[in-house]
Design a protein around this ligand. Sequence first.
Ligand code: HEM
Length: 160
Amino acid sequence: MLTLVQIARFLHDLAFTTWIGSMIFMMLVLTPAVGAKGIPPQFLRLMGIERFKNWAWASIIILAVTGTYRLYGRFYMFDLFLMSRYGKLMMLKISLFLVMVILTAIVSLSYAKRIPAEAPQKPGEQPTPEFATMQRRFISFSATNLALGVTIIFIMSIIR
Ligand code: HEM
């Protein structure tokens, strides 16, 4: 018989794998493939920034709900929790997670629609300087988010 804790662990693992795994794929495979110039808009739509955004938010909600559920029993003596190595690392992880949520919000609100819309419209057409700047910013936000996600996974592997 499955317990709620087991289901929460499964969903937590599935959510961080989906979120961080998609970021790794975008950074290591898709972004280098698109390169800096002459990007056909079809390719950017294929990159699916907008679609990825929806999965990212679904993962964030699942991680927050299942993570809080798994942590719940430890909050009854919050002072002791905070003094322990486990508690300190967990609070560091949650702080990094909150930074990731803010970066995801910035990317979702300002880049997810503009990048496909403002990309060069014909294959071979040069991107405008504004578009190139926006794309560079998008890539650095995404790289920072990925670095934070990998740091969280590292923290979770040394937390016990
Ligand atoms: C509000 C946000 C989050 C909370 C409250 C939370 C909480 C937790 C808790 C309580 C555990 C179990 C730790 C233990 O074994 O004692 C856990 C495990 C884990 N979390 Fe999170 N988490 C959150 C977000 C994230 C995020 C964003 C990631 C990845 C980027 C992540 C990755 C992991 C990993 C890799 C584990 C270890 C595997 C597992 O036991 O499922 N968590 N988390």
